[in-house]
Design a protein around this ligand. Structure first.
Ligand code: ZN
Length: 209
């Protein structure tokens, strides 16, 4: 999946599970950001494609990295409220933004674990998305190796090719519906994820996966 799609999946996951009600908009933002973290292992390829190709979907897509980065960002957020600070900066830069940066009032130790848990779930969802959106258009299937460095077992179930526009349209339609109605948020996200799952299964059947 592309980065915008991973972000949208993270946000819908937060809405489906009620993170916006129990943790607030910071939790939703955390899910959106964390859903992209596993792709840090693709950054070295910008400098040396051949040398680092073997690391993509391995180094950042293993549970060890997911556990470490989730705890790291969870406690950084809980201790220094990075999301709140960015929002305040955005409000100064873009005065018309509708987000209200209320104080983060949870104890930072509890908050750290809550944010870490949100980040971890969002990152695990990233693995699932990468497994089903893979290959096509001359690209090889990039299998995910979640148990690295303990095992090189690799998993991929390519239902649609990378770059397929379908998920973007479905996920964006869900977000636009939520923004317009500002009601029944969890139900709309549930319907969106259900539609996306149906689309993936049908496309996979047609593709013969
Ligand atoms: Zn990825």
């Amino acid at each position: 999946m592309t980065s915008p799609e991973h972000t949208l999946v993270g946000i819908h996951f937060a809405f489906v599970t009620g993170v916006h009600r129990f943790v607030g908009w910071r939790g939703v933002a955390m899910a959106g950001v964390a859903s992209n973290i596993p792709d840090w292992d693709g950054i070295p390829m910008l400098f040396d494609m051949q040398r680092f190709e073997s690391g993509h979907r391995v180094w950042g897509h293993c549970v060890l990295s997911i556990l470490f980065t989730s705890l790291l960002i969870g406690f950084i957020q809980a201790r220094w409220d990075v999301i709140g600070r960015v929002t305040v900066w955005l409000q100064r830069t873009l005065p018309k933004t509708a987000i209200v940066a209320a104080q983060q009032d949870t104890a930072w130790l509890i908050g750290g674990f809550v944010f870490a848990l949100i980040g971890m779930c969002a990152q695990l969802l990233h693995l699932l998305c990468d497994m089903v959106v893979s290959g096509g258009n001359g690209l090889s299937d990039w299998a995910v190796q979640p148990w690295w460095p303990f095992s090189n077992a690799a998993y991929v179930y390519p239902l649609i090719p990378w770059g397929d526009i379908g998920p973007t349209i479905i996920l964006m339609a869900g977000i636009i519906a939520i923004a317009k109605r500002n009601a029944q948020i969890s139900q709309t996200s549930c319907l969106t994820i259900g539609t996306l799952s149906g689309y993936l299964i049908v496309r996979g059947l047609i593709r013969g996966t």
